[in-house]
Design a protein around this ligand. Structure first.
Ligand code: GCU
Length: 359
């Protein structure tokens, strides 16, 4: 049944590259990854800016969550050719613990806690949180003169110059750099989550930065986990997203509005780049705009790469998902909860309990 659904989508073959068939994980590592990363940047999100080492300054926040946690405010100051920008972030972790697994979280607001980020529950589960507000990286609009975009973008955007999702993702990787320097952090268990446009960001980040051991893109939908080809009638299309949020992507992507069939990649290629690491995808029944079937099928197709590594990928029955499904046995997970577009406690609990078993 799932095979039939996938056939209808007519997806680009993950393993057919430049007229050659990739057959082993070594070939995937050497040829496949670079090929897809290049295409996805060139035609979708734009190329990442060069890595710049920020200056870091920290300050202890007095709030300590009933004595259970340490909260540090961490300020990243970037300097590019004399232009500077400072991004404030929040680092919160269980007190006096070692080998702490961490979530990097790109959020809509800087608040701690936040309605999408239940900090105390996350700490109580043994995880640290390192969060940042997307607008503090560069504003969520078409202005490329502010924040990190203002440091890197020169003049008008050219067709492969990156959109805002890449800037948000770039910052998540700089936060990863910083976590590498902290002794209380378990460097093998750092991952990223985000909701919606920031779920797209969380997926992209783990696909491009292999230090991320896991990613939990929540309700990421169109240009996130969901396949663009064959999107359901009420789901968001490439044309919709390019019309309302053209600045999230590179301008090349706009060519594929109402023309998904000619996109040289689809979103399963992005999911596949996370292999053999962990991806847990969350969908919500009433979030039709994010097209849950297309998110699910993307996970199934991408799982072929996990299989190449001798792993399972998504373990699920041979049918489309229904409300209440929680498939988290494999390295690729998918759950579909009741309710609307949101990153709820329920989503966090699914991610954290799966991660605690798998990491
Ligand atoms: C809009 C957009 C989605 C996005 C969402 C969000 O609905 O169309 O693609 O995921 O905003 O980020 O909240």
């Amino acid at each position: 049944m799932i095979e039939n659904e996938l056939k209808k989508r007519n997806l680009p073959d993950l393993f057919y590259i430049d007229g050659k068939q990739i057959k082993t994980k070594e070939e995937w590592e050497k040829i496949g990854k670079e090929y897809w990363r290049n295409i996805i940047q060139k035609e979708g999100y734009g190329f990442y800016p060069p890595i710049v080492k920020p200056e870091i300054c920290t300050k202890i926040n007095r709030v300590d969550f009933a004595g259970k946690a340490t909260w540090e405010e961490v300020y990243f100051t970037f300097n590019v050719d004399g232009k500077t920008h400072t991004v404030p972030t929040n680092l919160i972790y269980p007190k006096n613990k070692k080998n702490i697994p961490f979530f990097i979280y790109v959020n809509f607001r800087p608040d701690i806690p936040d309605r999408l980020l239940p900090v105390e529950e996350i700490i109580d589960n043994g995880f640290g949180i390192f969060s940042v507000c997307h607008n503090d990286i560069s504003t969520d609009n078409g202005d490329f003169t502010n924040g990190l975009a203002g440091l890197f973008q020169e003049g008008e955007r050219k067709e492969c110059d990156c959109g805002k999702i890449v800037y948000w993702s770039y910052m998540a990787s700089r936060m990863m750099d910083y976590l590498q320097t902290l002794e209380q952090v378990d460097k093998t268990r750092i991952g990223i989550s985000g909701h919606s446009r920031l779920g797209k960001t969380a997926l992209l980040t783990a696909a491009f930065d292999e230090r991320f051991a896991f990613t939990c893109p929540n309700n990421s939908g169109c240009s996130g986990v969901a396949l663009s080809r064959g999107c359901c009638e009420k789901g968001e299309k490439v044309a919709d997203i390019c019309k309302t949020f053209p600045y999230w992507f590179c301008t090349n992507y706009h060519k594929y509005a109402d023309n998904e069939q000619s996109l040289p990649f689809d979103q399963h290629c992005l999911v596949a780049l996370v292999a053999p690491r962990l991806v847990y995808v969350g969908g919500a029944l009433e979030d039709v705009w994010a097209d849950n079937d297309s998110q699910f099928l993307s996970c199934v197709e991408a799982s072929k790469v996990w299989k190449m590594y001798g792993k399972d990928g998504l373990i699920c029955p041979d049918r489309l998902p229904v409300c209440g499904d929680v498939f988290t046995e494999g390295e690729v997970g998918f759950h579909l909860r009741a309710g609307t577009h949101y990153q709820s406690r329920e989503d966090w609990n699914v991610y954290m309990s799966a991660l605690k078993k798998k990491l």
